[in-house]
Design a protein around this ligand. Structure first.
Ligand SMILES: NC(=O)c1ccc[n+]([C@@H]2O[C@H](COP(=O)([O-])OP(=O)(O)OC[C@H]3O[C@@H](n4cnc5c(N)ncnc54)[C@H](OP(=O)(O)O)[C@@H]3O)[C@@H](O)[C@H]2O)c1
Length: 289
């Protein structure tokens, strides 16, 4: 099996990828929780040692501080955990990849955009993050783009997977909310581009197999409102719930934390080169357990 260096394999996205590709890759996981060899990406020496001791040709870098509200409370704090993990941590991964000449695959987010565009975001659109999590992911992207090693950036949005996981994804949160009657009214004017994690893992594998480099949007390429997404889950799974309608503008008027109105992205650039077809969001929702 081919060795693959990885960060963030305990997370929502990474753990599914690791499970689906356990027979394809021998994972060399940089994991803070590892009892034998704990590796914190904010510690360059620890990262470099792991890279130097690995014969992997690629590193998939998923580790991040992903609590957007928690990050917002640290706005502009370069000593905060968000900046340290997302920017300093990524800088360490880049440096180690440069020194050992490995291909770096960095997973980023649609939150690098301000959300004001009315259409799907493309790779040509200029990022303009409006909150700290998005800003730190953007700063890290900028570092990756300057890396002196082969690099790929894959942006995703609101990932959901077919199985349940300890960190509850958008699809499972809505499904549970419909079942127990606790679902808030869903915005009819907030747009996002759901990413089916099971398919996204195949995109990562494709990038490794084909040594594809550059910046790509790897979400579904579709635009959904929260309301339509909830209605689809309700119908596809015959849940018989009542979905209320909410207004993002009312929410924003009462919320201090900025929230992007639209994060749906076009995936045309990557779809053209993939050697498999990604599922539509409706097909993916049918797979959700
Ligand atoms: N979830 C989303 O809505 C979303 C949307 C767009 C893009 N993304 C991006 O997709 C990637 C994966 O997201 P996710 O939702 O799977 O994240 P997640 O569930 O929050 O998992 C984050 C992972 O990062 C690891 N990590 C955190 N700090 C670390 C450190 N200092 N050193 C080493 N590892 C560390 C965590 O390890 P422990 O579990 O051991 O702490 C965990 O495995 C991230 O880069 C994120 O920015 C996520």
């Amino acid at each position: 099996m081919k060795s693959l260096l990885a960060t963030g394999l305990n997370g929502l996205v990474g753990s599914r990828f690791a499970k689906d590709f356990e027979n394809t890759y021998e994972f060399d996981s940089l994991d803070v929780r590892d009892e034998k060899q704990p590796t914190d990406i904010t510690n360059y020496d620890q990262v470099l040692e792991r890279f130097q001791n690995s014969d992997a040709t690629h590193i998939i870098h998923l580790a991040a501080y992903t609590d957007v509200t928690g990050a917002w409370k640290q706005t502009d704090d370069e000593n905060g955990i968000t900046y340290k993990v997302n920017v300093t941590g990524t800088a360490n991964v880049i440096k180690a990849a440069e020194v050992t000449n490995k291909h770096l695959i960095y997973v980023s987010t649609a939150y690098v955009f301000d959300g004001e565009k009315k259409e799907l975001y493309t790779e040509e659109d200029a990022p303009n993050p409006i909150e700290w999590y998005g800003k730190t992911k953007f700063l890290a992207e900028e570092l990756v783009k300057k890396a002196q090693c082969p690099w790929t950036i894959l942006r995703i949005d609101q990932p959901f997977r077919s199985d349940t996981f300890e960190k509850v994804d958008t699809a499972h949160r809505i499904m549970q909310g419909i079942k127990d009657g606790s679902l808030y009214p869903q915005f009819t004017n907030h747009f996002f581009g759901p990413t089916f994690v099971d398919d996204f893992g195949k995109v990562i594998d494709f990038v490794i197999r084909t040594n594809t480099t550059g910046l790509f949007h790897a979400s579904s390429g579709e635009s959904w409102t929260d309301y339509d997404f909830a209605v689809a889950i309700n119908e596809i799974h015959n849940l018989g719930g009542e979905i209320g309608k909410g207004d993002l503008e009312v929410y924003l008027a009462n919320s201090e934390r900025p929230y992007q109105r639209n994060t749906a992205m076009s995936n045309e650039k990557i779809s053209k080169i993939l050697d498999f077809e990604m599922m539509s969001v409706k097909e993916a929702l049918e797979k959700v357990e």
